[in-house]
Design a protein around this ligand. Structure first.
Ligand code: PDD
Length: 280
């Protein structure tokens, strides 16, 4: 793979970041994942806007302009021949060569790293035809989940808990209400109405969420943004998640309870179709 580090395109084995980098030592870093279909970036502008917001919220410098970022994304997609896959981008606060809780001075430049992940068959993912089995776990993450930081240890542990239970993913629950999935936004459907948690500091403002809700509204589907419990989701007709890496993923089981007949529901399937059609 050819990767990008601070202005240079390099073979992945030659790419280097300091061991003192705050991204490494303190998870002082934000990231974006943008999908690629037919060699084209999906919703690049949305990801660029959210990245700028994450950086601003953390008082971190913007590493470069949106058009420069677009150029780097396109160059990596081209150099790595990505037809279907992902572009991962990370910005860290960099380092002045030591470990310190205090942020480094202004003249310390942020670290910018990008790499691609080749995923042939991403759009035609067989997992989406089966649907995902979900467990629920307590949400014990920090309170600024709207900032896309690389503090992914707990979501990663949640995924492992799901695997250990023979499932695919976990939905997190706080004060009795579902926040989101480990790396996706969460929805259920009851009597034709799509229910999802409203935007706040408690969840990531998904780029795919925004697109899917717009497409659902255009298709005259009913949408309600409100808090919901895991028990409500278990009694739903169907459920699904959205993310840049899995688009719309039907959910067929929650905590061992089958939703409907235990196969992907019509609304989740339709939204996946519409989203993929519209994106390509
Ligand atoms: N995750 N919620 C969380 C906690 C996420 O990590 C993500 C994305 C989403 C969906 O956001 P979007 O639709 O913009 O991808 C919601 C990425 C894909 C990841 O961590 O790989």
């Amino acid at each position: 793979r050819t990767v990008y580090v601070n202005g240079e395109y390099l073979p992945e084995t030659e790419a280097k970041v300091s061991i003192f980098d705050r991204g490494f030592l303190m998870a002082d870093a934000v990231y974006e994942v943008t999908s690629v279909l037919d060699g084209k970036l999906i919703d690049f502008h949305g990801h660029a806007v959210r990245l700028a917001r994450s950086l601003t919220e953390l008082d971190m410098q913007q590493p470069c302009s949106e058009s420069e970022l677009l150029e780097i994304h396109r160059e990596l997609v081209k150099r790595n021949n990505i037809e279907e896959g992902l572009v991962y981008l990370q910005v860290t606060r960099g380092s002045d060569g030591d470990r310190d809780f205090v942020f480094p001075p202004e003249d310390v430049k942020p670290t910018l790293v990008l790499f691609t992940q080749n995923k042939p068959g991403l759009a035609d993912n067989p997992a989406a035809k089966k649907g995902a089995k979900i467990i629920s776990i307590e949400d014990i993450r920090w309170g600024r989940r709207d900032i896309k930081t690389t503090q992914l240890l707990y979501p990663s542990m949640g995924k492992m808990m799901a695997k250990a239970a023979g499932c695919d993913d976990a939905w997190m629950v706080e004060d009795g209400y579902v926040t989101e999935g480990t790396s996706n936004n969460a929805y259920f459907v009851k009597n034709g109405k799509i229910v999802t948690r409203p935007l706040s500091n408690e969840i990531l403002h998904g780029i795919t969420r925004k697109a899917v809700l717009r497409l659902a509204a255009e298709a005259q589907m009913e949408i309600e943004e409100r808090l919901f419990t895991i028990d409500e989701a278990k009694e739903a007709d169907e459920a699904f998640t959205t993310s840049a890496s899995a688009f719309v993923m039907p959910v067929v089981e929650i905590d061992g309870v089958k939703l409907g007949d235990g196969t992907p529901g019509p609304i989740a399937k339709r939204l996946r179709e519409i989203y993929l059609e519209e994106s390509r």
